[in-house]
Design a binder for this molecule. Structure first.
Ligand SMILES: [Zn+2]
Length: 292
């Protein structure tokens, strides 16, 4: 079995950048924009080209707007159990409602940082996990959620389809991780006491694999106000965490991403690719520790 540290070294920063640039190039991934379909096609094309992955769609609707969650599943060669699954998730939709005169159907919403960075990480996990399937004891689900910018409607709809007992032992969310020009800082959002163990496991993984996210700032979220795909799962009692640049107070380690939810969230604003790579390693290391 390839050691986790060796799997982390296989993450290809050039591939991350290619995926993020491609996703931003569609102009908008807003669920009300016609080019949203181009993002769906891109994800399916990329995932479909990877041998050994199962790709599934889950369709939902919100206020008459169709949503499509896309899943890439890496299963162990032994039959996966009904519980103990590990999810890594990122939303691929975008929005630019902070830009003046914004029109969801026609305005740009490139979403390079939010959340081209996280979506690209998931695409890279798909490539790598397909090669690590034989080492997995648990099913790993890569969830590309839609409608997050409408208050996590895609992930919440998916949560509603899960049987009891819920199959997931952990949900790890990655959202906006490439902007911060000041420090390799991430906020680590966690939900209820049920998520504390997962939070501590990620903090330990940051040290054990010398990933170097610093500071890594735990923050308890007691509601969905953080607007992250981890929220519906965490508030439902599933151990859930999110790594994100966005929710701490702006301070000397983070100036705030001034392009957030604007037409200016473009690839040239991804100014900390080292942080992006660290975040990508951190979520994968945590997931692999749980799934092996
Ligand atoms: Zn986001």
């Amino acid at each position: 079995m390839r050691p986790i540290a060796a799997v982390l070294e296989r993450i290809d920063a050039a591939k991350l950048n290619d995926h993020m640039t491609a996703l931003a190039s569609f102009g908008s991934r807003d669920v009300r924009h016609p080019n949203h379909a181009k993002a769906v096609a891109y994800l399916k094309e990329q995932l479909g080209a990877i041998p050994g992955l199962v790709v599934q769609s889950h369709r939902a609707a919100y206020n008459g707007i169709p949503l499509e969650n896309i899943f890439a599943i890496a299963d162990p060669f032994t039959q996966p159990g009904p519980t103990g699954w590990v999810m890594i998730c990122a939303h691929y939709d975008s929005i630019s409602n902070r830009s003046p005169g914004w029109n969801p159907a026609t305005s740009d919403a490139p979403g390079a940082d939010d959340n081209g960075t996280g979506t690209a990480a998931l695409l890279e996990y798909a490539r790598l996990l397909a090669q690590e399937r034989a080492s997995l004891r648990q099913r790993v689900v890569l969830a590309f959620f839609d409608g997050e910018e409408l208050f996590f409607k895609g992930s919440a709809a998916y949560l509603g389809t899960l049987p009891e007992p819920k199959p997931y032992a952990a949900v790890i969310n990655i959202d906006m991780v490439g902007f911060n020009p000041l420090a390799d800082r991430l906020d680590l959002i966690w939900y209820t006491n049920g998520s504390a163990g997962l939070r501590d496991r990620m903090i330990a993984a940051n040290d054990r694999y010398q990933i170097g996210v610093s500071p890594l700032l735990p923050q308890l979220a007691t509601s969905g106000a953080t607007i992250l795909d981890a929220a519906p799962f965490g508030l439902a009692g599933i151990p859930s965490i999110a790594i994100v640049q966005r929710y701490g107070e702006n301070d000397s380690t983070f100036p705030g991403n001034y392009t957030f939810h604007t037409v200016n969230d473009t690839p040239d604003k991804i100014t900390n690719k080292r942080l992006w790579l660290k975040a990508t390693k951190l979520a994968l290391a945590t997931a692999l520790e749980l799934a092996r």
